[in-house]
Design a protein around this ligand. Structure first.
Ligand code: NI
Length: 237
């Protein structure tokens, strides 16, 4: 059974975060329509170095100027409207989503992602896989991440995403039945350090808990002051 990621509040956390329901039922009919119109081609063309030889999947072709931009826009809008994404990732730049499709026998072996992607380049501080297929509609196809605490497999619900620091080696298990469709992107963060992002996220969570009881409590104001001062000290824009 694939495991769930660490609670992002865990101070020993690895920085792997599950973002639940970035897309929900409201988005699926439109998304399904777009995906039914898309044509997929060999995905190894967008990999580089060693990743090229272990990447076996299909992607909506980059030349697709009709379906691809619509899917990318739909997903990017939903993501940018998702407060937890901002609280965890502090996004500065987002690489355009790649829409990947794994059919039976396809997978993506162990690899690391390029440190820079696209032109103008995005520094890949974080990677994100947004799962677009129902988990029980395919066998295999787990995202597997080797982080500082070991190797963990992820296969969340449709519309959920796994966000993880890019320094980790990872793979996608071979699909044994069905089809796995996912949207993948990379994020340049305003905070390069995972530790700094983690500290600020924890402070934000604490502030929310305090402010729920009493939004004007002096402790709540002080806490958001500390959060602001640290962000100002560390941010790169
Ligand atoms: Ni990768």
């Amino acid at each position: 059974m694939p495991q769930q990621p660490n609670n992002p509040l865990n101070t020993e956390g690895t920085g792997v975060v599950l973002l639940r329901k970035i897309l929900d039922e409201r988005y699926f009919p439109q998304l399904d329509f777009y995906l039914s119109q898309a044509s997929f081609a060999d995905g190894s063309s967008t990999a580089s170095g060693g990743a090229k030889t272990v990447k076996h999947n299909l992607q909506i072709e980059a030349q697709d100027q009709i379906v691809l931009p619509q899917v990318q826009q739909l997903i990017a809008h939903a993501l940018m409207d998702f407060p937890l994404f901002h609280a965890v990732a502090f996004p500065a730049k987002l690489y355009p989503f790649i829409i990947s499709r794994y059919e039976v026998g396809m997978g993506y072996g162990w690899h690391t992602d390029s440190p820079l992607m696209g032109s103008p380049p995005v520094r890949t501080d974080l990677a994100m896989t947004l799962f677009l297929s129902e988990p029980d509609s395919y066998e295999g196809g787990e995202l597997v991440i080797q982080d500082s605490q070991g190797t963990t497999s992820y296969k969340p619900q449709r519309g959920d995403a796994i966000l993880y620091p890019c320094q980790y080696v990872h793979c996608v298990n071979e699909v044994k039945s069905g089809v796995r469709v996912a949207a993948v992107t990379w994020i340049q963060s305003m905070l390069r350090s995972q530790e700094q992002r983690q500290i600020l996220f924890q402070l934000k969570q604490l502030h929310e808990a305090l402010a729920q009881n009493n939004p004007h409590a002096p402790e709540a104001v002080q806490l958001i002051q500390t959060w602001s001062n640290l962000l100002r000290m560390w941010v790169e824009i």
